[in-house]
Design a protein around this ligand. Structure first.
Ligand SMILES: Cc1cc2nc3c(=O)[nH]c(=O)nc-3n(C[C@H](O)[C@H](O)[C@H](O)COP(=O)(O)O)c2cc1C
Length: 191
């Protein structure tokens, strides 16, 4: 599969990094766009050598390059994930206000009827956030909040990250081992 992965400046950069790692390790192509806000959050939240993970992408596009291949609906891909999705990027996507390559590529997903997954982390949500989420969902996006489940007994931050990333892969029907499907018997045996 060829998937567009966009990172914007919401908290939760680790979700984007893990998604890139998992998709590329499974042999999928990743067209990556990282906003300036996302780079700031990567520096503050992750630090270290995150660039080596970004470099696993097949192509890294400049967020200002509105003439990039993925700015056109004619680009062949299987969909897009914005992870993390800031409330500013959500607002741009929900209102068709394409100021950068992330917004434009997302606009293309919705106009071409392709999958667009928005992984937002913000909490609490104001009325504007909620209205924008509804508007984006009505235009075809999947709103996938970074809300880990606890019914699978996570033991580490990695488990929590993997749960959210696994839910993203599920939207695209990509098989993974990031978490096991719900099994009531296993759950009972853990108590
Ligand atoms: C450390 C840090 C964490 C942030 N977390 C969030 C967040 O969770 N949600 C959000 O909407 N904005 C968050 N912001 C603010 C956005 O980065 C900011 O609004 C930015 O302009 C978003 O631009 P972008 O969507 O183009 O990346 C955060 C900023 C910083 C520096």
């Amino acid at each position: 599969m060829n998937l567009i992965v966009a990172m914007s400046g919401g908290s939760g950069a680790q979700y984007g990094l893990r998604l890139i790692e998992v998709l590329t390790s499974l042999g999928h192509e990743v067209e990556l766009v990282v906003s300036d806000g996302a780079r700031k959050v990567l520096d503050l939240e992750v630090g270290g050598d995150y660039q080596s993970i970004l470099d696993k992408a097949t192509n890294i596009h400049d967020v200002r390059n509105i003439g990039a291949s993925i700015a056109s609906g004619t680009h062949k891909n299987s969909g897009m994930i914005i992870v993390p999705c800031s409330m500013k990027t959500l607002a741009a996507v929900a209102n068709g206000f394409s100021q950068n390559l992330i917004h434009r590529a997302a606009d293309c997903m919705m106009k071409e009827g392709r999958k667009l997954v928005l992984v937002n982390r913000e909490t609490p949500l104001n009325r504007i956030h909620l209205k924008n989420m509804l508007q984006a969902q009505e235009a075809g996006a999947t709103i996938l909040p970074a809300s880990p489940g606890f019914y699978y007994h996570p033991k580490s931050v990695d488990d929590v990250i993997n749960f959210v990333v696994g839910k993203v892969l599920n939207v695209f029907g990509i098989d993974h081992n990031l978490f096991k499907p719900w099994d009531p018997e296993t759950a009972k045996s853990r108590l």
